[in-house]
Design a protein around this ligand. Structure first.
Ligand code: GDP
Length: 324
């Protein structure tokens, strides 16, 4: 299939074409990359926009359950929902935490839903690019909401926040001491904290935890561009499907406010700048991994170690070779 046809089919909401395009952007082959770049340019012209919602939380907190319930609720409202997983740990293990389990069974059967597990990738930079492009492909395919899920490890949360319009942190009910365990940096990028499992025996603890986090969020630096009561904490029960509509209402209200104030588009423009710089950085680093670069570096390193060449001069020699 050529790029024009693939692009038309994606714009028509063809899910198989979408899956195929995501496979294309994930490919490490040079010819695939050129096709992927051409496809992305073609689709960007369509100007479709979804609400991109990042979601993070440690394993076991209830992300799959939440996405299933929340996704089903959105679908029932007539919205099209895409779910993408970003899981850099799969780069190391070769298998994906977020993709291994049979997850979101009900949602995966919905015609208005599209679920894509995380592939394995060698570099965080590669994960970022394929995720960013997959989000854009889902937007072009006409999805209203794109959920980008990640586990709470390493830099993945910051990365997902940089490709999302809203960032949610899912937490479990916990005693006061555990509040300290949530990294400050994560609290700072969260637009909303959802304390999950607010049901049965855990309900009272969840309410208390939620109050604690509300207090903690108030103490953090406020984002001057957002309404006074954001970021905020809410309780939900993914299992009992409670609090989900309220959470969606808050998300829409924040996104709506940001749109009216011009912050929504400004944030996307800032993100585009960020990813442009990252792309250049990533490509330059990739050039250090070619056989020529590895060999040349090893040869020059020996010469430097033996005192036959100066460090600065040898590095310049290497870079000149790399540039040609
Ligand atoms: P993930 O690892 O973050 O994707 O978490 P899962 O969605 O797989 O959930 C982990 C466990 O927590 C499972 O046993 C779920 O049934 C349970 N769980 C998820 N959401 C809720 C909830 O709202 N209430 C209760 N009581 N349990 C939940």
């Amino acid at each position: 299939m050529d790029i024009a046809e693939l692009s038309d089919r994606i714009l028509n909401g063809d899910r198989r074409a979408l899956a195929r395009a995501i496979t294309l952007v994930e490919s490490g082959r040079k010819d695939h990359r050129a096709l992927a770049d051409a496809l992305m340019v073609k689709l960007a012209g369509a100007g479709r926009q979804a609400l991109r919602v990042g979601l993070s939380g440690t394993p076991g907190v209830g992300k799959s359950t939440f996405i299933e319930s929340f996704g089903m609720m959105l679908v029932a409202q007539g919205l099209k929902v895409a779910v993408l997983a970003v899981d850099p740990s799969s780069a190391r293990s070769g298998g994906s935490i977020l993709g291994d389990k049979t997850r979101m069974e009900r949602l995966s059967r919905e015609r208005s839903a599209f679920i894509r597990p995380s592939p394995s990738q060698n570099h965080l930079g590669g994960v970022a690019r394929r995720s960013r492009e997959a989000v854009a492909l889902c937007e072009a395919a006409g999805f209203d909401v794109v959920l980008i899920e990640t586990v709470g490890v390493g830099q993945s949360e910051t990365m997902v926040a940089e490709m999302a319009d809203l960032f949610l942190l899912l937490l479990a009910p916990a005693g006061g001491d555990e509040l300290q365990g949530v990294k400050r940096g994560i609290m700072e990028i969260a637009d909303m904290i959802l304390v999950n499992k607010a049901d049965g025996d855990l309900k009272a603890t969840a309410t208390r935890t939620c109050a604690d986090y509300s207090g903690a969020l108030r103490l953090l630096r406020k984002r001057p561009q957002d309404p006074d009561d954001f970021p905020k904490a809410l309780t939900v029960s993914a299992l009992e499907e409670a609090g989900l509509e309220a959470a969606w209402g808050e998300m829409q209200s924040l996104a709506g406010w940001r749109r009216e104030q011009g912050h929504f588009e400004a944030n996307r423009a800032r993100q585009a700048r960020h990813w442009f710089a990252e792309e250049i950085r990533h490509s330059l680093l990739a050039r250090l991994e070619t056989p020529w670069a590895r060999d040349r570096m090893a040869v020059l390193a020996d010469e430097v170690a033996e005192g036959r060449r100066g460090i600065g001069e040898a590095a310049q020699d290497f870079l000149t070779g790399l540039g040609s």
